[in-house]
Unconditional design. Structure first.
Length: 310
């Protein structure tokens, strides 16, 4: 009797192996099935190889960048689906993950963390993550907090216990302009030359001592100002409306269409990026993993925060 025609004893297949096989068959992707099951692809493949040895024949085919079932695999899938109706659970329940709440300043999330957080979620599809905007000091609603503060600012006292804040980076600011709106030879090189441009002001910059030279310039303007509370809109105005706005110097690493206008102010405009965790959440495994990811992300982009000559 050929392997295709032999009877498959599904009762000899343990629950986890059955569900690993069914998830792989549904997803037609080992990686996606592993993410769904909250295990590594290597563990999944090892378990499936053991199952194939038990059955005595391959269960999957991979051709033309597509994963499909063999004839035996299709028979096994049908048998296991029928077995579900007789008591096999539809899905092996993984331990319920506690939600990790990250409160983060919008620009740090968008420019620095987004890519690595997306990669983390691809690897950990069963995780529970909530991102909330952070304005000002740390929030008791969050497990992990990332904020920006002026040099010399006192340690925040949010009214609950936190871990010792860790300074992640020095963030320096300069006026920026889209390259297409000014040839290099005609870039503004003094404050007076900004009079020919509309200025974009982000509302959260108002009143910040570290940005006072820029804010003073905004206050002196009688016209030619666009103010918004939305950092995304501010960036779009700078990129697409021939406006000049204050942005972190690292932005040219993120968007090559922008050019920095240095040396317009006598003093550097600097803030610091800080990280802390809620003391009651600091020991949780999932919180520690995300804190390590955030620290590694900033460390890998260390050169972004180093002042460079124009």
């Amino acid at each position: 009797m050929t392997a295709e025609n032999q009877r498959i004893d599904t009762q000899s297949i343990d629950t986890h192996s059955a569900q690993y096989f069914l998830a792989s068959a549904r997803c037609a992707s080992f990686k996606q099935a592993a993410r769904s099951l909250n295990i590594s692809a290597a563990v999944l493949r090892k378990k499936l190889l053991v199952l194939e040895r038990l059955i005595g024949t391959p269960l999957f085919l991979y051709q033309d960048n597509r994963l499909s079932l063999t004839l035996v695999g299709k028979r096994l899938q049908k048998s296991l689906v029928n077995r579900q109706g007789e008591g096999l659970p539809a899905k092996v329940d993984s331990p319920r993950q506690a939600t990790v709440v990250i409160a983060v300043v919008d620009v740090l999330l968008r420019d620095i963390l987004a890519r690595d957080l997306i990669a983390f979620l691809r690897r950990n599809a069963a995780s529970r993550l909530e991102l909330i905007p952070l304005h000002g000091a740390p929030s008791s609603k969050a497990d992990i907090m990332l904020w920006l503060a002026d040099p010399g600012s006192p340690r925040p006292d949010p009214g609950f216990a936190t871990t010792q804040p860790l300074r992640l980076a020095q963030v320096q600011y300069s006026p920026h302009l889209a390259k297409r709106y000014a040839p290099k030879a005609a870039l503004p090189r003094c404050l007076e030359q900004l009079d020919d441009y509309m200025l974009v002001q982000l509302s959260s910059h108002n009143g910040l001592p570290a940005l006072e030279p820029w804010n003073r310039l905004i206050r002196r303007r009688a016209s030619g100002i666009a103010q918004t509370s939305d950092p995304h809109l501010a960036l779009e105005l700078i990129k697409n409306s021939a406006c000049i706005g204050l942005l972190p110097d690292y932005i040219t690493q993120v968007d090559r269409t922008l050019v920095r206008l240095p040396h317009l102010f006598d003093i550097p405009l600097v803030q610091y990026a800080w990280l802390t965790t809620h003391a009651q959440a600091a020991s949780r495994t999932e919180v520690r993993a995300l804190v390590e990811l955030i620290q590694r992300t900033f460390a890998n982009r260390r050169e972004w925060f180093t002042s460079k000559s124009p």
